[in-house]
Write a new protein. Structure first.
Length: 402
């Protein structure tokens, strides 16, 4: 059976997801286009051999609607023979797109494909697509729907994480991200985004605040307390978790993932075609796993998905040298580290979404690429990347550096 190898990875910098953000004038399809062009420019011999482009996109409406992967591939001047498809696994969409591409390679359905993702949160806000889970009262009641910020506070309360712990983790994310940029750790993989005239708009992640400290974060008020109390979401959460007396609201804008714009792409293929094209593999997909978890707390799935991926690979957590987990909220990473007994020294070592932002459909591809770059820099053999997902899901992927 063929194996799936990763040959290249490219991402955009992440721009602030507001009207005054550096990437706001760039349409989602142009973000995806410029990323696909960068992959094609670095590996031009592969363009004719790509048999699919799979892009994650969480809010596929308006400018992100239709099949953004196919349109971006055409706009990036790929051969018209290259098809495309868009998928939505909520926050794990970018990683799942890579996993789907890898599965097609491993099955022999294709020899080479691109997986990745795109999200322009400044132009297409979260929730623009509606959806029964949040807006249909019958569905919301049956599934115990609460907004994700309430889930994050519920997770922190369940595990006993304090406001100070969450703020300290967040401040460290900014410190690590700033250090990674200063030391040039992202320079091989991040390509500047240009405007329609080819003038660079952004070449570095826009939301990093090097001056952030736990002390400055303590000045921020909890973001989800009023929502939880006045809209009744705290009561819904406590109905699901009656062992808790009340929710401790510890999350705010400073220790939650940032709203940003961005795109990423990963080139995958089998060993034989890569060799014919003169491409050197950087990593191999070892195993993947996606699980469903309890939808009210919704953010505690990464540990179980990681365990399933490890079991499929015949590995244990001690076999993993480096970890990347999406920093949806501080409590998500703190819970993951506790569940799997992971040292902070080996996870999100270059910061994460709290500092650099979380462009929903692209983040999974971005942090997989970050993992590969850092594994190469540190000469580490195995790494694992994971993301929690809305409605109670999580996706994990284990890779082996070549």
């Amino acid at each position: 059976m063929p194996e799936a190898y990763i040959y290249d990875y490219i991402r955009t910098p992440r721009g602030k997801g507001k009207a005054n953000g550096a990437l706001h004038e760039v349409t989602p399809v142009q973000l995806a286009t410029q990323t696909l062009q960068a992959i094609k420019n670095r590996t031009p011999q592969a363009a004719e051999s790509i048999e699919d482009v799979i892009l994650g996109c969480v809010v596929p409406v308006g400018e992100q609607g239709g099949n953004i992967a196919r349109i971006a591939a055409l706009n990036a001047d790929y051969p018209q023979t290259v098809p495309g498809i868009q998928l939505n696994r909520y926050c794990g969409s970018g990683l799942e797109a890579i996993n789907f591409a890898a599965a097609k390679v491993i099955s022999g359905m294709v020899d080479m494909a691109i997986g990745g993702g795109v999200e322009s949160m400044s132009r297409i806000p979260m929730g623009s697509d509606g959806g029964a889970w949040a807006i249909d009262p019958l569905i919301a009641f049956k599934t115990g729907f609460v907004p994700q910020g309430i889930s994050a506070d519920l997770l922190a309360t369940k595990y006993g994480f304090t406001r100070s712990q969450c703020d300290e983790y967040a401040a460290e994310s900014h410190r690590r991200a700033n250090n990674a940029w200063r030391e040039g750790y992202f320079s091989n993989s991040v390509v500047a985004v240009n405007d329609s005239l080819g003038i660079p708009l952004l070449s570095k992640d826009e939301t990093i605040r090097p001056e952030t400290s736990a002390e400055t974060l303590r000045q921020l008020s909890p973001s989800f307390a009023k929502m939880g109390e006045k809209a009744g979401f705290d009561r819904i959460a406590l109905q699901k978790y009656p062992e808790l007396e009340k929710l401790n609201h510890v999350h705010h804008a400073g220790n939650s993932s940032g709203i940003v714009d961005g795109a990423a792409a990963v080139l995958l293929g089998n060993r034989e075609l890569g060799a014919q094209l003169g491409l050197k593999p950087r990593a191999r997909i070892v195993s993947t796993a996606t699980i469903g978890s309890e939808p009210t707390i919704m953010l505690d799935g990464p540990a179980d998905s990681a365990r399933r991926a490890l079991k499929k690979a015949g590995m244990t957590a001690s076999d993993i040298g480096l970890w990347e987990l999406n920093e949806a909220f501080s409590s998500v990473v703190l819970a993951f580290m506790e569940e799997l007994a992971i040292s902070h020294d080996s996870i999100n070592v270059n910061g994460g979404a709290i500092a650099m932002g979380h462009p929903l459909g692209a983040t999974g591809a971005m942090i997989l690429g970050t993992l590969i770059d850092e594994m190469e820099r540190r000469d580490i053999t195995h790494g694992l990347v994971s993301l929690c997902e809305a409605a109670g899901m999580a996706t994990s992927t284990i890779i082996e550096r070549i």
